[in-house]
Write a protein that binds this ligand. Structure first.
Ligand SMILES: [Zn+2]
Length: 146
């Protein structure tokens, strides 16, 4: 049995030799397709066949095929370029999404405002009444209702 497992591992290693494998883009695809697959499964368990469930199922299937295609691809340069582009997009949109989400979560407990002179963004906990604020960047003093 151990020999068999070793053989299997060796064969797989030989098969993967010179192929691209899993990068950040591949991991992202595999995570999102799992989420979509589980969502579609839960939807179908609760509501039976729904359009949304079907669409999610086919998108995750497509992602799965695309992910394996990239993993087993021998055009390593092209796949690396895709990954670079993906990381750029992730930095650009993922960052703003995470920031927006944090912002949204804090809106119940914090007040957000800008410095009237240099427009620096600041926040302070809610419910302190009139608060005297000194801008940490330009030193402008103003009051803010919280
Ligand atoms: Zn300022």
């Amino acid at each position: 049995m151990r020999n068999f497992m070793n053989n299997l591992r060796n064969n797989f290693a030989r098969f993967m030799y010179g192929r691209y494998g899993l990068d950040q883009m591949g991991r992202f695809m595999s995570n999102s397709l799992m989420v979509m697959l589980i969502t579609s499964l839960v939807l179908s368990l609760i509501f039976g066949p729904t359009v949304v469930g079907q669409v999610l199922y086919y998108i995750s299937l497509g992602l799965l095929i695309w992910m394996y295609f990239r993993m087993f691809s021998k055009n390593i340069y092209k796949r690396q370029m895709e990954n670079v582009k993906f990381l750029e997009l992730q930095r650009k949109y993922g960052g703003t999404f995470v920031k927006k989400w944090a912002h949204l979560k804090q809106r119940k407990t914090h007040v957000f405002f800008k410095c009237p002179s240099c427009k620096l963004k600041m926040r302070t906990p809610k419910g302190q009444g009139e608060k005297h604020v000194t801008c940490p960047k330009c030193g402008t003093q103003f009051t803010k209702r919280t």
